[in-house]
Design a protein around this ligand. Structure first.
Ligand code: PEP
Ligand code: MN
Length: 339
């Protein structure tokens, strides 16, 4: 950590800062320039709040050099994390994994129809909500346990993994027999109690970025899961809220290379929630693959106009298979393969 003192800082103010840092257990190095004194503190703990120093008299600015997350940081595992599943699918390896399916599980007919078509087109996981975090309590809330059972059956029939959202701690044990990857939705990214419980679970977690979360906040949330002993975490950029209202959210594609630099965890992109508009999904999926995404989450429905949730952003079957064909051309250009 670097503490830059104001030009007008008195020797007494500088000493007070140094004494405080020494008292906190830091190794302190002072550099006295012609105009300004800079104090470097080594050994900053992850929980240290730099604002405590910023308010000291005579301090101009304070910069933390080490990240506040330790286990999620790239330096913890410079080679990167590969999340492997029992059927051989890996997220974070050379192959880009596509997870596709309807926003919500609606019926047996719907789910089996969509599962078959996404599997044929090259998806490796069936995504679908059984518990839905809907903005309005008056809209379809999901089929619950019945939806989970349908997901497992359809995924097994077509050789797919199951990804589904867990909204609260009480659902973890209920869901465990049916899902391969627990999804934590954007609205729950900072539900720290839920994250802590998922740290104890023996199944991977897909952690979506919160609607207004910084990358640092996303990585700190991942840290909760890792700190519990579950290192199988896949992060997901799903669009953030900006001043732009034309699209539902703004898909921050720069999060993909940024996360690769900051963390060893694989990063997925979700252009469906990231844009909210069907015609924007394929271009943003192509861009995400070009940017280095390790996985994609795509909403597909056999009859999107009648979907009970997120129909406007769900691809028609032909659009999905056409997109997969395009991604098979883009992936090799960035050293990857795709189903
Ligand atoms: C979803 O993936 O179905 C979902 C609700 O996403 P998010 O949490 O990103 O809004
Ligand atoms: Mn959705």
């Amino acid at each position: 950590m670097i503490v830059a003192m104001q030009e007008a800082a008195t020797e007494e103010q500088i000493q007070r800062v140094i004494e405080h840092l020494v008292g906190m257990g830091f190794a302190v190095h002072r550099s006295t320039g012609a105009r300004q004194t800079v104090v470097a503190a080594v050994g900053v703990r992850a929980d240290f709040d730099i604002r405590n120093l910023e308010v000291f008299a005579g301090v101009q600015e304070v910069h933390r050099i080490t990240a506040p997350y330790k286990l999620a940081g790239r330096s913890f595992r410079p080679q990167g994390t590969v999340v492997a599943f029992a059927n051989g699918v890996k997220i974070g390896g050379q192959e880009i994994v596509v997870m596709a399916g309807p926003c919500s599980v609606e019926s047996r007919h719907q789910l089996f129809t969509v599962a078959e078509l996404v599997a044929k087109a090259g998806a490796k996981a069936l995504r679908g909500g059984a518990f839905k975090p809907r903005s309005s309590p008056y809209t379809f809330q999901g089929l619950g346990l019945e939806g989970l059972k349908l997901l497992r059956e359809a995924a097994d029939r077509f050789g797919l993994l199951v990804v589904s959202e867990v909204m609260e701690i009480s659902q973890i044990t209920l869901m465990e027999p049916y899902v391969d990857l627990f999804q934590v939705g954007a609205r729950n990214m900072q539900n720290f109690n839920l994250l802590r419980e998922l740290g104890k679970v023996n199944k991977p977690v897909l952690l979506k970025r919160g609607i207004a979360a910084t990358l640092e906040e996303l990585l700190l949330s991942a840290e909760y899961i890792l700190a519990g002993g579950n290192y199988n975490v896949v992060l997901c950029e799903r669009g953030i809220r900006t001043f732009e209202t034309y699209t539902r959210n703004t898909l921050d594609i720069s999060a993909v290379p940024s996360i690769h630099k900051l963390s060893h965890l694989p990063i997925a992109a979700d252009p469906s929630h990231g844009t909210g508009l069907r015609d924007k999904v394929a271009p943003m999926a192509r861009a995400s693959v070009a940017a280095g995404a390790d996985a994609l989450l795509i909403e597909v429905h056999h009859d999107p106009d009648k979907a009970l949730s997120d129909g406007a952003q769900s691809l028609y079957p032909e659009q999905f298979s056409q997109l997969m064909d395009q991604l098979r051309i883009i992936a090799p250009a960035v050293g990857r393969t795709i189903g």
